[in-house]
Design a protein around this ligand. Structure first.
Ligand code: FES
Length: 191
């Protein structure tokens, strides 16, 4: 049975051998002619460093809930009707989507997938069919997610997919009383 002293000795020798291998990494392996060998750890090190550096992405970050303040005279208006039936009319810019607008104004729209059309927690109901008709048709992905939405109606859309345009100035949307937090990934993992 290992005694405390023999355990301490094993630990000490392990630490020493670990330090030796680290120290070897910082020493070039020399050939008989004194040249650095191609398989020297010293030559390999920059490659290790490069692969670590490649892990840093330079893609621009998407800021959720970020909207552009409307320029004076170019405001578009959208009204959200919250779960208590209270109306919130806000001035917005062309190009912002309803999820970002709602979140920027602290309205209760969850947006669990961050606007990537993979959940139904940004479900909204367009109150006026005329405005619904002015919107571009929902893509297949949006329709798939809408099928999972709680309280689906004929004029339901996903807030993250509705982009404000001049034609939608005056739009009014209702936030459903409940949302269902099912995401596309919930199904992908089971299939
Ligand atoms: S936030 Fe998930 S689909 Fe809109």
């Amino acid at each position: 049975m290992a005694t405390p002293r023999s355990l301490a000795r094993s630990l000490q020798s392990f630490q020493i051998s670990s330090f030796q291998s680290i120290a070897q990494l910082s020493r070039p392996a020399l050939s008989s002619r004194g040249k650095i060998r191609s398989n020297s750890p010293l030559l390999c090190r920059p490659r290790i460093g490069a692969s670590l550096l490649r892990q840093f992405s330079t893609s621009p970050l998407r800021q959720h809930g970020h909207i552009h303040p409307p320029k004076p005279g170019e405001e578009l208006y959208v009204t959200f009707i919250d779960k208590e039936g209270k109306e919130h009319k806000v001035a917005v810019s062309k190009g912002d989507n309803l999820l970002d607008i709602a979140q920027a104004h602290d309205l209760e729209m969850e947006g669990a997938c961050g606007g990537s059309c993979a959940c139904s927690t940004c479900h909204i109901i367009v109150t006026d069919e005329g405005y619904y008709e002015k919107m571009p048709e929902p893509e297949d992905d949006e329709n798939d997610m809408l099928d999972l939405a709680f309280g689906l109606t004929e004029t339901s859309r996903l807030g993250c997919q509705v982009i404000m345009t001049k034609e939608l100035d005056g739009l009014k949307v209702k936030l459903p009383s409940m949302t269902r937090n099912l995401q596309a990934s919930d199904f992908g993992s089971k299939s």
